[in-house]
Design a protein around this ligand. Structure first.
Ligand SMILES: NC(=O)c1ccc[n+]([C@@H]2O[C@H](COP(=O)([O-])OP(=O)(O)OC[C@H]3O[C@@H](n4cnc5c(N)ncnc54)[C@H](O)[C@@H]3O)[C@@H](O)[C@H]2O)c1
Length: 329
């Protein structure tokens, strides 16, 4: 399995995954709008990398992307709650309708593997001490509803495709296309920039996964024997912390390096709270290694070494701001 298509590979996860897979000897094709970093991956020659600046909704772009690939990792989507709510019709078009189109074309491509990035936020609100993969999904936003819709579509209509579903926790840590709109990254950037953080609520559980573990997991899933993952769904998370505990981890890591950090608690109306269980993932031999502390340390290093080139409020680090600044219909 040598030739991989990553849809949405120009985004946060893709910006770490593409170099990782190329370094492992894969040939990688990326289909993406490339909104966030236009020149990303330009260092790679054609024998290693194929850049397709295009749209997931466009049949010709899909056909071009899928020609002679062995596997697909599907990341492209309007990828958080608030940016999906900005234009619900567009979000459904991309997150659901284009997904169906991708599956139709993937079926013809006779793939060896198709990995779908769902989300552990699909569980919504749950008081269960542990949420296993068969726990009822209670999607509480358009973004989550679309992820659930795609999962169902795979099982109901596309079982001839050798798919695997991953439900990652919220990802954290530095990557070339950085997102500062995700819990750990946002809190860390506020600590570094303002020496102050605001915590909305605090008791909600937010499982996290370091981006290096996310990337290792995708490549693990490309390489593992098919029978262990075929038509399976896997939670992927490092641990279950509340927002208050996440803040504490970050502060404990950064305080010795940057000094005191002020904490402000604010009431929140964001109800999402879930604790995911990862026994199933562990049972096939994958255990995440990196912590929230690693993520905030990496981010501090990135800020200190000038890798965070724009102002932290720039749309290139924030999906809602980027979608607002574009005229995509
Ligand atoms: N980041 C997280 O915390 C997290 C957690 C769980 C699941 N996921 C899932 O993992 C995947 C990757 O997340 P991410 O953080 O890298 O997101 P991201 O927003 O950084 O990347 C998504 C990419 O998809 C591209 N894209 C969107 N619509 C497109 C279209 N119509 N045509 C072409 N390109 C299009 C965007 O340009 C972007 O580069 C997403 O499916 C997301 O839902 C992410």
């Amino acid at each position: 399995m040598k030739r991989i298509l990553i849809t949405g590979g120009g985004g946060y996860v893709g910006s770490a995954l593409v170099p990782h897979l190329i370094n492992k000897g894969y040939h990688v094709t990326v289909l993406d709008w490339f909104l966030y970093k236009k020149n990303i991956f330009d260092q790679y020659s054609k024998d290693k990398f194929n850049k397709i600046v295009g749209d997931l909704r466009n049949l010709e772009d899909l056909k071009k992307s899928l020609s002679s690939v062995d596997a697909v990792i599907h990341l492209a989507c309007i990828s958080n709650d608030p940016s999906a709510e900005l234009n619900p019709k567009l979000s459904i078009d991309i997150n659901q309708n284009a997904f169906k189109l991708l599956l139709e074309e993937s079926r013809k491509a006779k793939l060896k593997r198709f990995i779908f990035a769902s989300s552990s936020s699909i569980y919504g609100i749950s008081d269960s001490p542990q949420v296993y993969e068969d726990h009822p999904r209670v999607p509480v936003s358009l973004y989550n509803i679309s992820k659930a819709w795609c999962e169902d579509l795979l099982y109901n209509e596309y079982k001839d495709i050798p798919f695997t579903i991953i439900r990652p926790a919220t990802i954290c840590g530095y990557a070339e296309r950085l997102r500062l709109d995700l819990a750990v990254n946002l809190l860390t950037s506020h600590c570094i920039q303002n020496k102050k953080i605001s915590i909305f609520g605090g008791d909600q559980y937010r499982p996290n996964l370091h981006i290096k573990d996310m990337v290792n997991l995708y490549s693990y899933f490309l390489e593992i024997e098919e029978e262990k993952v075929l038509h399976q769904v896997f939670n992927a998370s490092y641990n279950n912390f509340t927002i208050n505990e996440i803040a504490e981890e970050i502060i404990n890591e950064l305080k010795p390096k940057i000094g005191n950090i002020l904490v402000e608690n604010i009431k929140s109306n964001d109800p999402r709270s879930y604790r995911v269980n990862t026994d199933k993932l562990n049972s096939i031999g994958f255990k995440p290694k990196y912590t929230i502390k690693h993520a905030s340390r990496d981010l501090l290093e990135a800020f200190n070494s000038g890798k965070v080139e724009e102002s932290v409020t720039s749309p290139i680090y924030n999906n809602v701001l980027m979608m607002k600044s574009q005229n995509i219909s």
